[in-house]
Design a protein around this ligand. Sequence first.
Ligand SMILES: Cc1cc2nc3c(=O)[nH]c(=O)nc-3n(C[C@H](O)[C@H](O)[C@H](O)COP(=O)(O)OP(=O)(O)OC[C@H]3O[C@@H](n4cnc5c(N)ncnc54)[C@H](O)[C@@H]3O)c2cc1C
Length: 228
Amino acid sequence: MNVILLSHTPEPDAIVAAAARICYRDVTAEELLHGEEKNLSRALIADLFASGHMSTFEHVSFTFGIDGLSRVSSHQLVRHRVASFSQQSQRYVKMSADPEAVIIPPTVRENPEALAVFNEAVRKSQEAYRLMVEAGIPKEDARFILPHGHSTRLVMTMNARELHHFFSLRLCRRAQWEIHELARKMLILCRQKAPVLFEKAGPSCIFGRCNEARTCGKPYRDMEDLLD
Ligand SMILES: Cc1cc2nc3c(=O)[nH]c(=O)nc-3n(C[C@H](O)[C@H](O)[C@H](O)COP(=O)(O)OP(=O)(O)OC[C@H]3O[C@@H](n4cnc5c(N)ncnc54)[C@H](O)[C@@H]3O)c2cc1C
């Protein structure tokens, strides 16, 4: 899976802090962003987070390009309604006959017997797809035979509030492995551009508690442990 940051709101940390300050101070927009108070951003953002004043995080957004995610996981991803998505269409784009176009879960990859079964099923479904398309069946119908694990491409935009929500759910150890890996890559990219906003992010154990009814019993020790 390849994940890149296509674009983001400039100065994300400063914009969120400025949005928060306008609530409490009689200063101009220019002073908010460039005045000496800018140095207070870190403490202010920590306060916003602690008090749950998260609407200020909605002023900055991040757009990701995602290649090689399975449709199993993209189905989970698009459940996040506050995000915006554009996904490669199987109606218009002919799917690759390359077996690599289907994501192989680690448990299958590590089990030679299961891997042989998996690869044979992929080969048969891709062959059936090819034969149907060649017989004139529209791609939108031939695709019904393709594996659920077929890879896809997306462009996705989330604001920082939604990103924190996404990371809280999908970086939990109980989340499915592939969307967990996607979230991990996204958080690393976000921290490069907005180190204050994403200094701490992730499941509730990062904040010292566990919100899961069925806890994994292995809380992350810190952000390094989470992003390892
Ligand atoms: C470990 C795990 C297991 C899961 N298992 C299943 C499963 O078995 N079956 C299944 O169907 N789903 C499952 N899901 C998906 C889950 O139910 C959510 O659909 C998904 O995580 C998106 O979460 P969300 O709705 O909080 O987020 P978003 O859609 O991103 O919304 C963010 C927040 O905005 C608010 N919001 C958004 N829309 C509304 C609305 N219409 N009304 C009120 N408030 C709104 C809510 O506060 C919400 O938390 C699972 C998710 C996880 C993380």
